[in-house]
Design a protein around this ligand. Sequence first.
Ligand code: FEO
Ligand code: CA
Ligand code: CA
Ligand code: CA
Length: 738
Amino acid sequence: MAADPLLRRRELLALLGISAAAAAASGGANLPAAQALSRTAARRPPSPSSLPFKPLPGPLPLPVAGLSGAEQQRLFSAITLDDRLVVPDGYRAELVAVWGEPVAAGRFGYNNDYLALRELAGGLALLTVNFEYISPRPWLEGFKEATGEELPARAVIQALLERGGAVDVPSLDPTDPLARQCRQLAAAALRDLGIGVIALRCDGEGSWRREPGRYDRRIDGLSGLEDPAALLRVSGPAAAVFRARERLGYDDGLGDRVIGTFSNCAGGVTPWGTVLSAEENFQDQVAEAVFADGSASPPAQQPFQFGEQRVRGLGNPFALAGNKYGWMVELDPQRPEQPAVKHSWLGRFRHEAVAVQAVAGQPLVVYSGCDRMGGHLYRFVSAGRISDPADPANSRLLQDGRLEAARFAADGSGQWLPLTPSTAVDPLLPSHFEGHGVPQACRLPHSDRRRAGAETFSSDAQVADYRRRFPTLGDLYPGEGEQRMGAILIDAHLAATAAGATPSARPEDTDLDPLNGDLLIAFTAGGANADGRADPAIFRGPAGEASWPHGWIMRLSDGGPAAGSRFRWRMAATGGTPWQGGAGFTNPDNLAFDRAGNLWMVTDHSGRGREILQFGNNGCWLLPRSGPAAGEALLFATGPMECELCGPCFDAAETSLFLAVQHPGEANGTRAGAAREGHGYRLVNRDGLPFDQLRWVPLGSNWPSGVPGRAPRPAVVAIRRLDGAPLLAPGRPRPGEQ
Ligand code: FEO
Ligand code: CA
Ligand code: CA
Ligand code: CA
C-alpha cells in the first residue's frame, strides 16, 4: 500500500500517551492502517525548522523530512553508507572507553551493551557497562591489538574441524594440548564478557574522561573460578535447588555460589542506586534444558565450538552448570567489595532488560522480557512493601515474592498469570495458530519427567492428554517447598508456556514512562523460528500480517500489583517502511526516556535479508513527546558498519547521550582499503510511486580508528551539542565541525 504518514503519527502519539482516546476509539489494540487513513485527512509534516535538530536523512525517504515525492526520488536514488558514527549537525560524538583498555585487574570487555550512569557528589560518575557476547571474526582480528596477547585460535579451529566442529573439553585426556588450548581460548572470551564499572569525570569542555580508581571493577564470565571470594551469590528459591544433596542432573559442586556472568545484554537501575544486569543468550554458552527438579543438563550437552562464524559452549571447558545462567544480576557500583547477586525470584529465561517500579507503600514490581521468538513478558511482585524507594535495603525485597507471566487478549486486555505449583496447565493450543494460517506446535516441559528440556505437541488432542496427566505446574515440578518453587523459576520459560502465557515477539527493552508509569516494551520482531512463534492474534503487521519482521513498541497500562491482576495494552508504534504503514525504523531494541518524557530508541536488525537490509545501518531515534514533531520518529544517529547501538543513557543534566557501539564489522570483520558493494533497492516515494536506489555499502569496519585495514573495536561514546547546551534545549544547535 502507499505511504501512510497519518497512521505513523497517530501510532507515535499513542506511544507517547497523547491519543489514548483516539486509539481506544479504533475498537482494538492494533490499529489497522487503512482504517486510520480513511478516517482523517492527510497531514503535512512539521516544518524542518520546528524540529529539535536536523534529523539524519537515513537510507529511506521519510515523510518527516518534508520533501516532495520528486525531491525524495532525486535525493534517494543513489546513496553511500558511512563506516562512521553519524550524528546531526551541531552535535559531536567522543570516545569514552574502548575494548581492551585496562579496567581494575581486567580489561574493558567486548561487545558493550547496556550502560547506566550514576553521578556521585564531587563530580565523579560511575558508568556500569554490560559486555554481551563475542563476534568471532572482528574479535579475533582485533584481539592482539586490543590486549597484547596471542591466541591459539588457528590451531583450535583446525582441530575442531577435524573432530566434527565441536568437542566436550572436560572429556579430553588432560595431556591433550587441545584441552589446554580450548580452555585458553574460552577463558579469553569469557574474560571479555560480563559487567564493568568505570569512573568518569566531565572536564570543563564537556568531555567525559576515565578517572580510574577504587570504583573501577570487572565481573567477568569466570569471576570466582580462581578466587572463591569473587563467586556470585544467589537469592531466592533456586538457591535451595543448587544446595540440594540429591538431584536428577549435573552437580558443579559449588552449592549456591556461581562462577561469573555472561551474555549480559541490557539492564536497568533501581531507585536505591544498584544496577540490574540481564543475562540473555546464555543458552549459546551452557546447556539450557533442566530436569524436573531444576538441576542442570551435563556440560557435554553444549560442547565447545569455535569458528569465524560461530562461538558456542564457552562454559563447557570449565564445566559450568547451565541452570546458573539466564538470571537477573544485581550489583552496587558504589560498593565494589560487595558480591553481585543473581535474584532467582525474577526467573531464569533470556532476560533482555528490566524495569523497576518502586512506589512508597506498594510492593516492588520488576518487569522483564524473554528475548526469544515466542518468549514471554514477566513481572515480579515482592511480598514486602517499599517504605522509601531510595533505601539501599530494598534489595531485600527481591528475595521473596512471586513471578507472573503475561497473557494478552486480542481486545487490548490482558492478565498476569502467577507461576506457582497450584497454577493450572493451560497452554495456547496448536489450533489457535492454525486458525491464523500459521501452524505452530506447542513446546512444553517434557512429559517424561526423568528427561530434561521440552517436548513438542502438534495437536490439541495431545495437549489435552498432557493436561490430564499434568493438571498443574506442581504436577510437572514435583519437589517440596522452596525446591519446587526454585525448579519452576529455573524452568520459567517452559513453565510459563505451560501456564498459558502469550508467546510474544521477542520482547527487548522494558521502560517505565516517567510521566504516567506505563510500561513501554520494544518487541523487536514477529514471526517464527526454531524457538517458537509470536501469537498472530496479538502481533500483527499494519495490514494484519500474521508475521511481521519489523517489530512494535507496545504501551502497557498495568492494573496494580495484586496477584493475577489485569492490564491494558496497545501497539503504539509499528516498525516498517512508511509505504508499508511503518514508522520508518525496523527492529526496536533498547529504550530510554528523558525527563521530559521523550522516548529515545535504538534499533538492532540482524543484517540479513533485503527486507531488513533496506533500513541500512542500525541507528538511534528520537520520538518527541510534545511540540510540532510529536508523533514523528527522528533519526538522531547511525552506527558504523555492521554494528548496533545499545544502552542509551543520559547524564543528570541531559547534556550527554551515552551509547554503546556493539559489534562493528560483525559480518565482514576488518574493512580492507575502501572495500564496498553496490546494492539495488526498490523504494516508494511519498506519492506512492516506486523508484530505484543504488546504494554503496562498505564491507567490514575500521571504526573507531577509521584507519583502512585496522580492526574495528566495540566502544562507548558520549554525544553532546557543540554549544554545550542540553541535548534538546530550545533552539537548533549551530552546525559545526564534528
Ligand atoms: Fe542482546 Fe535481545 O539483544
Ligand atoms: Ca538488545
Ligand atoms: Ca532501557
Ligand atoms: Ca541485540
